[in-house]
Ligand binder design. Structure first.
Ligand code: FAD
Length: 404
């Protein structure tokens, strides 16, 4: 068994950013990252791939190229946690010991939670921007459709980037509008939830686009089954189940905590990593922290949230090593740039309780209105901030909130 001072499970946005933040503050820390994938994805870019703005390859890098050289990369999956023994079990049955553990393993896209979906994804007009290999198919379908019915679905919360299902819809409508075919396409938004967007301040701007594009809002309707060859989708509604024909179907899959987390002693209610929502320290195990999509903190699950969380976990973990009180508190910041049309974005930025936390003063960029500036931010600035700022621990780009 090898032992490290800090073991991080997951080398996605949160795992790499946390390693970078820790190393910046305490270069002598011996850190290991457990990560099975040989690719790292900038998932926020997938909306842009589905909208024909980015090429898929712009959102993918070799894991080796983003894995910092000061960490030991353990190239396999974690399969279990034994927090009473400070141990993580790996896929090959071996064990890694830690003094401090950071869990950053993301969430599980439950494609099989919708009957028939897996069989037809990528064919028969069924697509999803939630997968790297399928986002280009979204754009292919959008370009091919001239008339008929297009359905966009959203599962029950929590999901990562809660705005992404409707971003896909608005960008599709924007393209159909540009080509003059929108009036021949019947567009529906089937949302398992009861509101268009969880923070009310952004809803008026979004409703304007729903009206402009002629979208039918089918709220409280949950996708339960897809028949690809018949091109029908089944929904559970308050009045029972209903079947709808489609020509194009964009699915946002149901999402859960990863199975190995759900079944572990670190899981709280709902199966997510059970951390304090301000310190991000585990509620039961003092030497365990969690961040990113895998925790039960009630923020918007976004890379933007991770950008704020990583320095908070780093400073709190280092304080824990020194047996000091936690110096940093996370305010629940998350952000969702809603691509309402090609070239314009409604930039939702908010924290716990739906409190608006704008990064810019209103005169510079009012997030509740569609703006070109927010589009430039999403298309040109945020990807660089991700690869060169967040993943490298350059935090002058990333105000961490209340710090020591
Ligand atoms: P991830 O980045 O998913 O990384 C998890 C890592 O854990 C992966 O590398 C995985 O291989 C690894 N892992 C999994 N299982 C194991 C295991 N058993 N052992 C070890 N490692 C494991 N965010 C925004 O801020 N803005 C946006 O506009 C935005 N748009 C989005 C659009 C789409 C279509 C999608 C899918 C996401 C979007 N997001 C957006 C959300 C953002 O991508 C996630 O919130 C962010 O990636 C979370 O980081 P994470 O590290 O928690 O998870």
């Amino acid at each position: 068994t090898s032992e490290f001072e800090v073991v991080i499970v997951g080398g996605g946005a949160a795992g790499i950013a946390t390693a970078a933040s820790l190393h910046k503050r305490e270069p002598s820390l011996r850190i290991a990252i457990i990560e099975p994938s040989d690719k790292h994805y900038y998932q926020p870019g997938w909306t842009m791939v589905g909208g024909g703005v980015f090429e898929a390859t712009q959102t993918e890098r070799d894991m080796a190229s983003v894995m910092p050289d000061y960490v030991s990369w353990i190239r396999q999956a974690a399969t279990a946690f034994e927090p009473d023994n400070n141990t993580v079990v790996l896929a090959d049955g071996s064990r890694i010991k830690y003094i401090f553990l950071v869990v950053a393993a993301g969430l599980k896209l439950d494609w099989d939670g919708v009957e028939g979906l897996s069989d037809t994804l990528g064919r028969n007009g069924v697509t999803s921007n939630y997968r790297y290999d399928l986002a280009p198919y979204t754009w292919e379908l959008v370009q091919g459709l001239r008339s008929g019915r297009a359905l966009f679905t959203q599962p029950p919360m929590p999901i990562k980037c809660a705005g992404a299902p409707q971003k896909a819809m608005y960008l599709s409508c924007s393209e159909w509008d540009r080509r003059g075919v929108l009036s021949d396409i019947d567009v529906h938004f089937h949302n398992a939830g009861g509101v268009l967007f969880g923070v009310a301040d952004y809803v008026p701007a979004l409703m304007e686009y729903v009206g402009r594009y002629g979208i039918s809002l089918d709220l409280n309707e949950r996708l339960t089954a897809v028949d690809g060859s018949a091109k029908t989708a089944n929904f559970e509604t308050a009045d029972g189940s209903k079947t709808v024909d489609f020509d194009m179907l964009h699915v946002c899959p149901p999402q859960t905590a990863p199975d190995f987390i759900k079944s572990s002693p670190l899981a709280g209610e709902g199966g997510w990593i059970d951390v304090d929502q301000h310190t991000l320290r585990h509620k039961q195990f003092d030497n365990v922290f969690g961040l990113g999509d895998c925790t039960n903190t009630p923020n918007a699950k976004t890379a933007a949230a991770v950008r704020k969380q990583a320095p908070i976990v780093a400073t709190n973990l280092i304080a824990a090593i020194l047996d000091k009180p936690m110096p940093s508190e996370y305010d629940g910041y998350g952000s969702c740039p809603l691509t309402v049309e090609r070239g314009k974005i409604v930039l939702a930025e908010f924290g716990y309780g739906g409190k608006l936390l704008p990064s810019f003063p209103d005169w510079a960029l009012d997030g509740t209105k569609p703006t070109r500036r927010a589009w430039v931010l999403k298309a040109d600035i945020l990807p660089k901030l991700y690869w060169e700022g967040m993943l490298k621990g350059r935090e002058w780009l990333v105000k961490p909130g209340k710090l020591e």
